[in-house]
Design a protein around this ligand. Structure first.
Ligand code: KIV
Length: 257
C-alpha cells in the first residue's frame, strides 16, 4: 500500500479548494512538501523552466522520468503527478500505455497527465484501462499552442464543455483547465463530478496549480494570472554577486592571521 496521497483521495476533494504546484527536482519538491502541498506536478514545463528550451515540445519521456525520479526520491507523502510529454501518447494507444507505464515504474509517478479533450479521450481510456490514474488537461495546451490562438484565453463554451465531459467519461480522475474564461471554468466545475484544477481559469475551480518558478520569482517574466510570492531570482543573483565580489577583493576565504 502506497504511503502517498492517492488519486481517489484527490478525486474526493471535489469542492475543496486545494493547492498544487510544479516541481522538477529534489530540493524544491521537498520545499513544496514541507509547505504542506501534497499534490506535486512534474510538468513538461520542465522544458522552459529548467532545461532552457523555449517550449515544452522538445521534452522527452526520458527527461520526464529523470525529473520524476528526483521528485519522488525527495518526497514521502505527496502525490506525484507526471506529464506525458509531446510524442509520448500521440502515436497509438499501445505506445501511450507503454509510456505511461514507464512513468509509473521508472519515474515513480502516482498518476499521469496528458493534454487534449475529445481528441485524446481514447488514450485516456486506454491508460485508465491499464490501471493508471489519469488527469486530463484542456483549454490552453502548450504542446500544441501553435495550432490555435496560442496562449489567449479560451472562451468557446460548447467546445470546452465537450472536452471536459469527454475527459471525465474516458476515466480521468481530475482535469486541468488552463487559461479558460472564469465563467466557463465555473460551469465546467459545476457540471463535472471530478475536480477541476485551474491555472489562469479563475477562482471557481476545485484546485489551483501554479508553476513553481512563477510562485517563487525564479524567472524575469511570469504570466499575468500567476501570483509571485517571493523574488528568489533576484536573491540568487545578489548572493552570487556578493560571493564574486568577496573573491575578487580577497575577502573570501578569510585569511588566518
Ligand atoms: O507543465 C505544466 O507546468 C503544466 C501546468 C501548466 C498545469 O501542465
Amino acid at each position: 500500500m502506497s504511503r502517498r496521497v492517492g488519486a481517489a483521495e484527490i478525486a474526493a476533494r471535489k469542492g475543496a479548494s486545494f493547492p498544487m504546484v510544479t516541481a522538477y527536482d529534489a530540493p524544491f519538491a521537498q520545499f513544496a512538501e514541507h509547505a504542506g502541498i501534497d499534490v506535486i506536478l512534474v510538468g513538461d514545463s520542465v522544458g522552459n523552466n529548467v532545461l532552457g528550451y523555449d517550449e515544452t515540445t522538445p521534452v522527452t519521456i526520458e527527461d520526464m522520468i529523470h525529473h520524476a525520479q528526483a521528485v519522488t526520491r525527495a518526497t514521502a507523502r505527496a502525490h506525484v503527478m507526471v506529464d506525458m510529454p509531446f510524442g509520448s501518447y500521440q502515436i497509438s494507444d499501445e505506445d501511450a500505455v507503454r509510456n505511461a507505464i514507464r512513468l509509473v515504474k521508472e519515474g515513480g509517478a502516482c498518476s499521469v497527465k496528458m493534454e487534449g479533450g475529445t481528441l485524446v479521450s481514447q488514450r485516456i481510456r486506454a491508460i485508465y484501462g491499464a490501471g493508471i490514474p489519469v488527469v486530463g488537461h484542456i483549454g490552453v495546451m502548450p504542446q500544441t499552442a501553435s495550432l490555435g490562438p496560442g496562449y489567449k484565453v479560451r472562451t468557446n463554451r460548447a467546445r470546452l464543455l465537450d472536452d471536459a465531459r469527454a475527459v471525465e467519461e474516458a476515466g480521468a480522475y481530475a482535469v486541468v483547465l488552463e487559461v479558460i474564461d472564469p465563467d466557463v471554468a465555473r460551469e465546467i466545475t459545476q457540471v463535472l463530478s471530478i475536480p477541476t484544477i485551474g491555472i489562469g481559469a479563475g477562482p471557481h475551480c476545485d484546485a489551483q496549480v501554479l508553476v513553481l518558478h512563477d510562485v517563487l520569482g525564479l524567472h524575469a517574466t511570469a504570466p499575468s494570472f500567476a501570483k509571485q510570492y517571493a523574488n528568489m531570482g533576484s536573491a540568487a543573483t545578489e548572493a552570487l554577486h556578493a560571493f564574486a565580489e568577496d573573491v575578487r577583493s580577497r575577502k573570501f576565504p578569510p585569511r588566518s592571521s
